[in-house]
Design a protein. Structure first.
Length: 123
């Protein structure tokens, strides 16, 4: 019986994944490159929207809306021009261009897949 309990304890004692990658660095960003509404369509042709507001230093308020729901978070923008929100990572790829990559986990098999959506900043 103690073997079963130790197996269960070890399975649930794992460290949670950090929202910020180890070794990430932060510096003030140019708000004009980030602030606004970013839009695109996912592989199912469903709209994806990210709204970035109140950019101050390397922090920003972010709302991410997709077919799977909406989430709001205060994000930390790294010097690599990326930030995480939930299971997704936004990357600035050029002026007015970005991508959002989301990790999806199948609840029955545990298999993880990623999906990437190209986004454009609405002016």
């Amino acid at each position: 019986m103690s073997d079963i309990m130790s197996i269960l304890q070890n399975a649930y004692a794992s460290t949670p994944q950090s929202l910020i990658a180890p070794g990430s660095k932060f510096a003030n960003v140019d708000p004009t490159k980030w602030q606004g509404t970013w839009t695109g369509k996912d592989s199912s042709n469903q709209p994806v929207t990210i709204s970035i507001t109140k950019v101050s230093g390397y922090r920003a308020n972010v709302t991410f809306a997709s077919s799977s729901g909406e989430q709001f978070q205060r994000a930390f923008i790294t010097t690599n021009n990326t930030f995480r929100i939930g299971d997704s990572q936004f990357a600035l790829t050029g002026t007015g261009q970005g991508t959002i990559t989301t990790i999806n986990t199948d609840p029955t098999t545990g298999i993880q897949t990623s999906s990437t959506v190209d986004l454009t900043l609405k002016s």
